[in-house]
Design a protein around this ligand. Sequence first.
Ligand SMILES: [Zn+2]
Length: 302
Amino acid sequence: MSASDDARAPTAMVHVHAPAGRVAPLVLDSPHSGEWYPPDFDHAPPRDVVRQAEDTHVAALWRGALAHGATLVEAVFPRAYIDPNRSLADIDPALFADGERWPDPLAPSRKTEQGVGLVWGLARRGVPMYARKLRVAEVARRIERCWAPYHAALADTLDARHAAFGEVFHIDCHSMASVGDVMSDDPGRARADIVLGDRDGTTCDAAFTAIVHDHLASRGYSVVRNDPFKGVEIVRRHGIPSAGRHSLQVEVNRKLYMNEATLAPNAGYARLAADLAALAARVVEWIDARHGGAGPAATRAP
Ligand SMILES: [Zn+2]
């Protein structure tokens, strides 16, 4: 993948990795691990500073889940360019040039206040992302080309599994800096190994959060819930437990798998990848039992 290749169709801004073998109603998505920087992303700070926003390697870390029937939706574009985990109203109007007006009502959230809304105004450590004002049309194009196809691919995958199995379990996969920075709600605080976010119990069955929590804790990880990350737009949008749609955000601590300065995988990478694959296997086993011990009989067409 060349950084100068801008001839890709918008559908190539997201990859959907099919299960290997049986299909289970488990869907993973990695919205923040994209490393393809579009040529029109003229960020002001050096690329290595902008890349600190990425959840680098997260899609690859979870790839072992495919062998257990999971489907993985992966963003190709970087979240600093446009963030799939923000609503379309979460825009700072101050990003736009004079005379430019967003056509729809805006509802900037705390994330926009922190410089990390739909379009990031700040790079990590609080450095301005742009040396210029943005045009409304270019942000609209980022939505059309990246945000919308990502959400369509995720929604289509969740809908297909829900239709086939009657319910669907979704893990929204992220990583977090080991220590909160100046832009976070926990500056200077060392974080747990894993943070689970179900927006205080509203985006999935509590039993789903519990099975993930207990499995990871049994492997020796420190696991906390909803602090400092509760889950944002993706689990809010797709997690409707009363409709059999269960979404849980999983944040893994970057120190577990990479050098946070260079983004290079570290000695812990292989163990974490194996543990996440085992987690997927455990979740699928738990879903099978929940569906009446279906086991291989749950291998219905998606
Ligand atoms: Zn993330």
